[in-house]
Design a protein around this ligand. Structure first.
Ligand code: UDP
Ligand code: MG
Length: 331
């Protein structure tokens, strides 16, 4: 269901980005105006900032922007909940007001010019267009290595992700309506969006350096995103443990046979060292297994609570004379 002249919402999560926002907001606005003029995007399109509970002046900047230009609007989360939930809040806010959304980081790292191709692909009939980085030269070796290992591990775990795709993507409102039925609290958008289905494609772009400020994704957060991604979408680690349990049990059984034989031929020496080593080894494996199982039980615990995934505390004022209701426009 491709709409000509679609309303586009660009969804931008922001967390403590007061240094970056004044620069990139202008770039986003220029891009939106270009898309309106050149690509037939509706003039009711907007740039939706999601303030993820920033502690600096980010929200003030968003409010100011929304009073300056009708294309800017914003919502504010009641506290910091992380990038994934910020994007989710923005997408859910936008889904009834627009025909397509593009989610992108606010730090200028993702090339906004890829939006042209994304819109073209949408008009050709694709309801999801993934932005994929073709190079990672601007990343440090460490970031590149960890990120690429992450995609590989995800694939081995059976989680369908698009290689080198972060959260820069175009999604139609129809896909978002279906996606809103995925009720999980542990959200890993990159893994869930492909599960929704519909016709999709990818466009390629180069990733730049951050314009200012620092990454909010240190190693600890990257690891927790990776663990969340795997454990919320794959049960392979549990199967792996079961397999390992079988192998270790088999080995222990062979060992037992060997010990019994040695006992009967009277060659039992004081195998203290080997015993201790084995006990420690098995103990270690058991702890790992318990840890992985605990991770899943933790997830179940959080899911059963069914807490809201985001809470919006404020919205920028709707500029009523300029805002066009999607259905009014399309009727
Ligand atoms: N972000 C967010 N909440 C957070 C951390 C980050 O909304 O808790 C936003 C941030 O403002 C940026 C995007 O998510 O727009 C990506 O974050 P960042 O650039 O720090 O990560 P990196 O690009 O280094 O992976
Ligand atoms: Mg960044």
């Amino acid at each position: 269901m491709i709409r000509k002249n679609p309303i586009l919402y660009i969804v931008i999560p922001c967390y403590n980005e007061e240094e970056v926002l004044p620069v990139t907001s202008v770039q986003f606005l220029n891009k939106l105006e270009f898309l309106i003029q050149e690509k037939g995007i509706s003039s009711a399109s907007k740039i939706l900032f999601v303030d993820d509970g920033s502690r600096d002046k980010t929200w003030n900047i968003i409010v100011q922007l929304s009073t300056q230009n009708r294309h800017f609007c914003g919502i504010r989360q009641s506290r910091n909940r992380g990038h994934q939930n910020a994007v989710l809040a923005g997408l859910m806010e936008a889904k009834d007001k627009c025909d397509i959304t593009i989610s992108i980081d606010c730090d200028g790292q993702d090339d906004i010019n890829a939006m042209d191709k994304m819109v073209d692909e949408y008009l050709k009939g694709n309801e999801i267009v993934y932005g994929v980085r073709n190079k990672r030269e601007t990343d440090t070796f460490f970031k590149r290595f960890t990120a690429q290992s992450f995609y590989k591990i995800m694939r081995h775990m059976g989680v369908e992700t698009v290689y080198n795709h972060a959260d820069y993507r175009l999604v139609s409102s129809r896909v978002l309506q279906e996606f809103s039925n995925f009720k999980e609290v542990n959200i890993f958008l990159r893994g869930i969006i492909p599960l929704v289905g519909f016709q999709s494609t990818a466009v390629y772009y180069e990733r730049h350096e951050r314009i200012a400020g620092e990454s909010h994704y240190p190693l600890s957060k990257m690891l927790s995103l990776a663990i969340d991604g795997i454990t919320s979408l794959s049960v392979k680690p549990i199967r792996f443990i079961t397999g390992m349990g079988f192998i270790v049990s088999l080995l222990s059984f062979c060992l037992l046979v060997w010990i019994i034989i040695r006992y009967f031929i009277g060659m039992t020496v004081q195998g203290w060292a080997s015993t201790c080593a084995i006990v420690a080894f098995i103990g270690g494996i058991q702890l790992i297994c318990l840890g992985v199982i605990g991770e899943y039980i933790g997830k179940i615990y959080l899911e059963t609570k069914a807490r809201p995934r985001y809470i919006i505390s404020e919205r920028t004022q709707e500029n009523s004379e300029n805002s066009v209701n999607k259905d009014e426009k399309n009727s």
